[in-house]
Design a binder for this molecule. Structure first.
Ligand code: NAD
Length: 348
């Protein structure tokens, strides 16, 4: 059985390990923890073995840890790195490359420049098979993953008829369970956001995507307002909405007043971590003006990349056929059922 280690137990790592623990095709060896805080006990209470860096072992004297990260990952087939943005590169250099281990990196890393972690960004809707035989692959960030799910179906249907995609990203300040970060009463902007370059890296450099990004004081979700400009009159709104009817991980919702409505519903229905694991098209905000379709969708930042990591893991470890991998991911994530419930609750 393939052995998988999750390195980092924050917002993303804690979710990934919880889901893949139910995957009987892999053995989840344990999780890497870097600070001796209450989350060590949380991981142990969930049944995970906790490993820590060799040089910090003394800091964890009060916890029942199972050994060091350095020793443990040596006999693993794959590490899913869920370290803070930029640290994945350090781990690649100090751990994964020297030990010749395969690794998945998260969206806070880079695929260009000196600190590149991998040669490409994964998006299951676009390039699933490309991950076969790769030692290192980077999963796109939540925004980058969500945009792929929106743009790829548009591209397949309309191709060169799309002249421009102008997106304004309203990014959440921090995650729900991140109590340490103070959410400031401010709207901050990003200079040179990485998102369009990341999306173009896997959808083609000629994708006519232009992005502005703002960080807003909320913990709930991201919202993207995307204007799709056509060469000639735009299709009607219903035609656009219909494109997403059968898309995996895309729900079409009506009557939502804001992102918290969706989280509250996810919580009430006991979705794991209050996540929907998908994006939500706000159908009643879709408008057409002349040659432009104005699309608005929200993006479950913490949830959306977790099934993606599971799909990527299957591509890298088993080179599984795409349909079989999606079927298997569905067994763990129940995305069809979540989509059905969301759409039944937020209906026209
Ligand atoms: P986080 O800060 O919640 O968690 C990171 C964890 O890594 C912490 O527990 C930290 O102690 C631990 N850590 C510290 N040093 C480490 C090391 N050397 N190796 C491994 N782990 C180490 O961060 P997060 O939100 O889980 O983000 C992780 C990655 O996922 C980042 O690249 C981020 O950009 C990406 N991502 C985050 C989100 C999100 O919504 N939070 C969504 C998509 C992608």
């Amino acid at each position: 059985m393939k052995r998988v280690f999750v390195n980092g137990y924050g917002s993303i790592g804690s979710r990934i390990i919880q889901f893949i623990a139910d995957d009987h095709d892999v053995e989840v060896v344990g999780v890497g923890k870097y600070s001796p805080d209450e989350r060590v006990s949380d991981a142990i209470s969930r049944g995970f073995k906790v490993f820590v860096p060799k040089n910090k072992i003394d800091h964890f004297k009060n916890f029942d840890i199972s050994g060091t990260i350095e020793d443990k990952i040596s006999d693993c087939d794959l590490v899913i790195d869920a370290s803070p943005g930029g640290i994945g590169y350090e781990n690649k250099k100090t751990l994964y490359e020297p030990k010749n281990i395969h690794a998945i990196f998260q969206g806070g890393e880079k695929i260009t420049g000196e600190r590149s972690v991998a040669s490409f960004i994964f998006n299951s809707r676009v390039n699933y098979e490309k991950a076969f035989d790769k030692q290192f692959v980077m999963q796109g960030s939540c925004n980058v993953t969500g945009m792929g799910k929106i743009i790829q179906p548009l591209k397949e249907k309309y191709g060169k008829k799309i002249k421009r995609l102008d997106a304004t990203l309203l990014r959440r300040w921090s995650d729900l369970e991140d109590s340490k970060t103070v959410v400031k009463d401010s709207i901050e902007w990003s200079y040179n956001p990485h998102h369009d370059e990341d999306v173009k890296s896997y959808m083609g450099v000629d994708t006519p995507l232009f992005i502005r990004a703002f960080k807003v004081p909320t913990r709930q979700m991201h919202v993207h307002a995307m204007d799709v400009r056509f060469d000639g009159p735009a299709p009607n709104a219903q035609e656009i909405i219909n494109i997403y009817k059968n898309e995996y991980g895309v729900a079409t919702l009506y009557g939502v007043k804001g992102t918290k409505d969706i989280r509250d519903y996810a919580e009430s229905i006991k979705f794991s971590f209050k996540d929907t694991n998908m994006i939500h098209i706000h159908a009643d905000l879709t408008e057409v003006q002349d040659d432009v379709v104005k699309l608005t969708y929200s993006d479950d930042q913490t949830g959306i990349v977790v099934p993606e990591n599971h799909l990527l893991m299957q591509a890298m470890l088993f080179k599984r056929k795409k349909e079989d991998a999606f079927r298997h991911t569905e067994e763990l994530f129940h995305m069809y059922e979540k989509k059905r419930m969301l759409e039944a609750h937020f209906k026209e």
